[in-house]
Write a protein that binds this ligand. Structure first.
Ligand SMILES: O=C[C@H](O)COP(=O)(O)O
Length: 307
C-alpha cells in the first residue's frame, strides 16, 4: 500500500502498559506432559534453524541442514508419533546458500538468506539490492533484510518505506522478512512505527533482531510488533508474519512466545508461514525436554551441542 504518513505518525506506544503486560507472561503456569510435548513439537516446525557466524563452513552448514531434516532422534520422534517433523527453514549467510540448498534438496525445507549487508545494513544501497538478487538466484526462498536504523532514529519514514519497497521488489517471488534491529531503535514507539512502515512497503514478515545487537528479542518488543501486525490486519486485511530472533534458547521461552501469539493473534500465527523463531540453539533444549518426556530422564546438554 502507499505510505500513509498520518497513520504512521498517529501510532503511539504506552511503554509502561506494554512492560506490565509482558511481565505477566513468563510467570504463568505452563502446559505440562503431553500438552507440553505437543507445543514443543510445534515449536520445532517454527524454527529458522540458524548459523550466522564468521567461521561458518560448508561442513557446519551441512550438519545444520541434516539437523533441520531430522531435528530430534528417530526413537523420540517414533514415540511421539511424529516421524516427519522438520524445522521451518534453515537460515544462513549468502555465501552458504548453495551448500544449504543442496543439502536440503528434496526435503521441502526452504533456505533463508540474510542479505543487504547483514547485520549493520550499511553497505552501498545498490550492493544491498544486488545481494538480494544473488541470494534469490542461488536458491534462497526467503530473504531476511536489515533496515537502515538511521531512517527510524531520524523519523525519515519516507526513506524507510522507499528502501523497504525496493528490497521487496528485488526479492521477487521470495518471501521477505524485515529485520528492524529493535535493540537499536531507541523507543517502543519507534518499533511500532517502523513495523507499520515495513508492512506498508510489502514486508511478508517483521523480525526483531539480527542476533548481533546487544539487546535482541524481548517480550515488550514482541508485544509492540504483534499489536502492529494486528492493527495492520484490522485496517487492511493483510496478514503479516512475525519472527522474534536472537537470544531465544530455552524451550520454556519458546512456550511463552507461542502463548503470546495465540492470545494476541490467534492460531493462524502458529503456522510456519506466519511465525518463526530465529534461533541457533533453541532446538537443542527442546530436544532435551522431549527426550525427558519420552524417557523420564534429562540428558546432558553436551549431547545436543548442535543447534
Ligand atoms: O536470526 C537469528 C539469530 O541470529 C539467532 O540468534 P541466536 O544465535 O541468539 O539464537
Amino acid at each position: 500500500m502507499p505510505l500513509d504518513l498520518d497513520w504512521v505518525r498517529s501510532v503511539q506506544a504506552n511503554t509502561s502498559a506494554i512492560e506490565r503486560r509482558a511481565a505477566t507472561l513468563p510467570g504463568r503456569r505452563s502446559v505440562k506432559k503431553e500438552y507440553q510435548a505437543a507445543w514443543l513439537a510445534k515449536a520445532i516446525t517454527l524454527i529458522d534453524l540458524t548459523t550466522l557466524a564468521g567461521d561458518d563452513t560448508e561442513g557446519r552448514v551441512r550438519r545444520l541442514c541434516a539437523k533441520a531434516k531430522q531435528p530430534v532422534s528417530p526413537a523420540i520422534l517414533e514415540q511421539l508419533g511424529l516421524p516427519d517433523l522438520t524445522t521451518g527453514a534453515v537460515c544462513v549467510y549468502h555465501d552458504m546458500v548453495p551448500t544449504a540448498v543442496e543439502a536440503l534438496s528434496g526435503s521441502g525445507i526452504p533456505v533463508a538468506a540474510v542479505s543487504t549487508g547483514f547485520p549493520a545494513g550499511l553497505s552501498p544501497f545498490r550492493l544491498r539490492i544486488a545481494e538480494i538478487g544473488e541470494s534469490v538466484a542461488a536458491g534462497a526462498a526467503e530473504i531476511d533484510i536489515v533496515i537502515t536504523r538511521r531512517h527510524v532514529l531520524q523519523g525519515n519514514w519516507q526513506a524507510l518505506y522507499d528502501e523497504m519497497a525496493e528490497m521487496r521488489a528485488a526479492c521477487g517471488e521470495a518471501h521477505v522478512k524485515a529485520i528492524l534491529a529493535t535493540g537499536e531503535l531507541g523507543t517502543l514507539r519507534n518499533v511500532a512505527r517502523a513495523s507499520l512502515v515495513c508492512m506498508m512497503a510489502g514486508a511478508d514478515f517483521i523480525k526483531t533482531s539480527t542476533g548481533k545487537e546487544s539487546v535482541n528479542a524481548t517480550l515488550p518488543v514482541s508485544l509492540t510488533m504483534i499489536r502492529a501486525i494486528r492493527a495492520y490486519r484490522e485496517r487492511t486485511g493483510f496478514n503479516v508474519g512475525y519472527k522474534p530472533a536472537g537470544g531465544i534458547s530455552k524451550a520454556k521461552d519458546a512456550l511463552v512466545y507461542l502463548s503470546l501469539m495465540k492470545e494476541e493473534l490467534g492460531d493462524r500465527w502458529l503456522q510456519p508461514d506466519m511465525f518463526r523463531f530465529g534461533a541457533s540453539s533453541l532446538l537443542g533444549d527442546i530436544e532435551r525436554q522431549l527426550e525427558h518426556f519420552v524417557t523420564g530422564s534429562y540428558s546432558a546438554s553436551w549431547r545436543h551441542a548442535l543447534a
